[in-house]
Design a protein around this ligand. Sequence first.
Ligand code: DX5
Ligand code: ZN
Length: 218
Amino acid sequence: MSKEKIIISPSILAADYGKLAEEIKKVVASGAEYVHIDVMDGHFVPNISIGIPVVQSIRKVTDAVFDCHLMISNPIDYVDEFIKAGADLISFHVESNSNITETIKKITSAGKKAALVVKPATPIEEVFPYLSEISMVLIMTVEPGFGGQSFMEAMLPKIKKLKEEAEKQNVQLDIQVDGGIDDKTAPLCKSAGANVLVAGSYIFKSPDTAKAIETLKA
Ligand code: DX5
Ligand code: ZN
């Protein structure tokens, strides 16, 4: 069963990196429970973002949950370093090259939470065999790699299917959505069964951060 409380995870990809510490403090003070950290290797996705030293530096800024979304080809090789740097929750793609069960084990045996991510073209059924081993599934609602893209409404049935399957398997599972989440698309995701919302542009480009977060939760 999914939990009812809505958790907000602002994606710092949309933050001003020149004042990242203040940007993070602002979203956490405004009610965000998680901080979504997008890691891109220029290989798994056609973009490069931030890595381990940045996670280590911003760890000193807040106690909020660090939700690390690894868009990298070989996540298993970097799990230990991200954990050492301060990751609390590590999401990696089912489409990556790493062995899924081994990667999950590496994360959970270090006492951290593991999540699996599916790209828009990947059937949600691919995560079904792992639901009892993970805390969360992230359903991408845009093609991973860039912020500021439009929400793909065709992903909504995947959320519903996953929620039904989690209930069928009787597992506690968070369902996260990422990409194009705003005041119009958040309600669609929530009614489909999502309970963890990632939002980059909508939160960081808003003139009133607290109001933006409150709107997503409402
Ligand atoms: C895309 C990233 C997202 C992105 C979301 O590859 O995974 O987390 O930052 O940005 P918005 O909310 O602007 O679509
Ligand atoms: Zn992300």
